[in-house]
Design a protein around this ligand. Structure first.
Ligand code: MF3
Ligand code: CO
Length: 253
């Protein structure tokens, strides 16, 4: 069952989304050569607490960190460690915050020090595929319209979408119905209605789509070792234009 949020719940989602967006931005600003991913995780934990929230990830199916930090060929669910980020690394940051009963979920990929043209293009295509998808989050459309928008945009650019992990409904729980795949799976998908809140999150590989999970049972990496990028927003379907709940800056979203 897909949960439709009433006005009051939508306000709760707006607040949670705003906190998640702020924390993601604050963490992104700390990314620099020499910082460890454990330091970034601790910093994120501090910012989440400062805003009065708690991590939606810590303890979820025993996930051990506050944030997901995934470097280079790591796709999602990277585990913080003493690894020091180096100039030229590509880092995906995923922040989910529980705030007064609701969850905001968002992610972004950044470069350490500076981006190569290849890294910049991978990031740009992934972020734009998210915005193509958000544009489809209108009543009367189906979830598959979101999926198709991502897949089309990504594959036309010569990249691949990850199949094994998908976006999702989000609300009082981190994972609600429906699943929001980033590709067309041929299945009939639900129709979108005003009041639905979705975490749309394309994971885009520079090379082939295949991924595997490392022996830590969490870190997802590309099979071919090529880099991957991840952008995510929590979005409210309205009667009109979709509302990005994890938007920091109206001009940029
Ligand atoms: N944004 C991811 C998701 O929605 C992050 C979950 S990480 C986990 O699934 F550790 F909490 F599983
Ligand atoms: Co998510």
């Amino acid at each position: 069952m897909i949960i439709i949020k009433n006005e009051q719940e939508q306000d709760g989602m707006r607040r949670a989304g705003r906190v998640a967006a702020r924390v993601l931005d604050e963490v992104a600003r700390q990314v620099r050569p020499g910082i460890t991913t454990a330091e970034l995780d601790a910093f994120g934990a501090g910012r989440i607490a400062h805003h009065g929230g708690r991590s939606a990830f810590l303890g979820y199916r025993k996930y051990p960190c506050h944030l997901c930090i995934s470097v280079n060929e790591e796709v999602v669910h990277g585990i913080a460690s003493e690894r020091r980020l180096q100039f030229g690394d590509l880092v995906s940051l995923d922040v989910g915050v529980h705030f007064r009963g609701f969850i905001g979920d968002n992610a972004r990929t950044v470069c350490v020090g500076g981006c190569s043209p290849e890294q910049q293009r991978l990031m740009d295509v992934t972020e734009q595929s998210l915005h193509e998808a958000i544009g489809q989050a209108v009543p009367g459309n189906r979830v598959a319209d979101i999926s198709r928008a991502v897949q089309k945009y990504v594959e036309r650019a010569g990249y691949s979408v990850v199949r094994e992990f998908v976006g999702h409904g989000v609300g009082r729980s981190m994972h609600e119905e429906p699943q929001v795949p980033n590709y067309i799976d041929g299945k009939r998908s639900p129709r979108l209605k005003a009041g639905m809140t979705l975490a749309i999150e394309p994971m885009v590989n520079a090379g082939l789509a295949g991924v595997r999970v490392l022996s830590d049972n969490w870190t997802v990496v590309t099979e071919d070792g090529l880099p991957s990028a991840h952008f995510e927003h929590t979005v409210l379907v309205t009667g009109g234009a979709p509302e990005i709940l994890t938007c920091l800056d109206e001009v940029l979203c």
